[in-house]
Design a protein around this ligand. Structure first.
Ligand code: IPM
Ligand code: MN
Length: 376
């Protein structure tokens, strides 16, 4: 059946890298029998916002709902106040479509230089499963100025007293707070996805990230849910890691990791570190997944305005995100071919963009991968 793909090129380098991603998907369409796709482009992003004042209208959400998946370039523009496009489009889509997992493979390809001494492709090959709808992203927060801070102070004081038996002094002139929300159901579904991924990928170990030693209410629940869910998977080895420690271990012993599951905010941070140990943001893809709904695939990098329009950005992250999208749509052969093509082109080492030490253009990399997809 023809796959219906919504394409949101977005801002900055988004349109250039998406163009190459689509080129590669078209090559797969020509060479894998039974696979076909139809694309429809949507204009959401900074230009559209500046012209119309619209982020993603209701009608746009309805049309996106009819698609099999969304292929997104990047969002963010220096002309727009920080947070507007990120929250109004990217987070809006993640939440609206309840894409509760953000799956980020951390894989070092051959011939890609890794900043860690003595580590190669055999050492860096794991997945981060980032819970994608809760935690500090749940938009629970507020600011209060003098005269309106009493209630927050009251709660803060009573918690300090109960926990530490201390009276605290907080200046009540101006306060801001942000609450991290973990729900049992929300944690459960992300953690179950991670255990299933361990099985599907024939891995052995699942590491759960938290900070239950300090933020013990929210991440205590996360930990409890992890323990409960793990009982359903007796053959999978499990462990906990505090988030500060895991940043250290990603650098020291990345080969230890197979699948890592993490609350949203820590996942955001540790996957940027993960991207660096796999050779940079230019090659790190991700998928915002709702296994029963419309999922959205994107490079994990941003819109990189200073590289926009120069045909120099690395399209590999977006190309790999396209492969992940087709895997989620059960087009295994297409997904395998795309990954294989990226692998081979990098291994040959002739075509690569500046970030990987080469001087090829965005479109030359796209051409080389597309050609390889046809050849395989
Ligand atoms: C990411 C990004 C987003 C996030 C921002 C742009 C909202 O950093 O996809 O990792 O924090 O999730
Ligand atoms: Mn991020």
């Amino acid at each position: 059946m023809t796959k219906e793909i919504a394409v949101i090129p977005g801002d900055g380098i988004g349109p250039e890298v998406i163009r190459e991603g689509l080129k590669v998907l078209r090559a797969a369409e020509d060479s894998v029998s039974g696979f076909s796709m139809e694309t429809e482009e949507f204009p959401f992003g900074s230009d559209h916002y500046l012209e119309t004042d619209e982020l993603v209208p209701e009608e746009g959400l309805d049309r996106l709902s009819e698609k099999d998946a969304i292929y997104l370039g990047a969002l963010g523009d220096p002309r727009v106040e920080t947070g507007i496009l990120e929250q109004g489009i990217l987070l809006k889509l993640r939440f609206y479509f309840d894409q509760y997992v953000n799956l980020r493979p951390i894989k070092l390809y051959p011939n890609v230089s890794c900043p860690l001494a003595d580590k190669g492709p055999e050492d860096i090959d794991f997945y981060v499963v980032r819970e994608n709808t809760e935690d500090f992203y749940a938009a629970l927060g507020g600011r209060a100025q003098e005269g309106r801070t009493e209630e927050i102070l009251e709660i803060t004081r009573s918690i300090y007293e109960a926990k530490f038996d201390l009276d605290i002094e907080v200046d009540g002139d101006e306060l801001a707070y942000q609450i991290g929300l973990i729900s049992r159901k929300g944690a459960e579904r992300a953690i179950e996805f991670a255990f299933d991924l361990v099985e599907r990928e024939n891995r052995e170990r699942l590491t759960s990230v938290d900070k239950a030693n300090v933020l013990s209410d929210a991440y205590g629940l996360w930990r409890e849910v992890f323990e409960n869910v793990s009982e359903k998977y007796p053959d999978i080895e499990t462990e906990f890691s505090f988030v500060d420690a895991i940043t250290m271990w990603f650098v020291k012993n990345p080969e230890w990791y197979e699948v890592v599951v993490t609350p949203n905010m820590f996942g955001d941070i540790i996957t940027d570190l993960g991207a660096m140990i796999q050779g940079g943001l230019g090659i790190a893809p991700g998928g915002n997944i709702n296994p029963e709904g419309v999922s959205m695939f994107e490079p994990i990098h941003g819109s990189a305005p200073k590289h926009a329009g120069k045909n120099e950005a690395d399209p590999l992250a977006t190309i790999l995100a396209g492969g992940m999208m087709l895997r989620e749509l059960d087009e295994e052969e297409v997904a395998d071919r795309i990954e294989q093509a990226v692998y081979e082109v990098l291994e040959e080492g002739n075509v690569r963009t500046y970030d990987l030490g080469g001087d090829s253009s965005t479109s030359e990399v796209g051409d080389a991968i597309a050609e390889k997809v046809r050849e395989i």
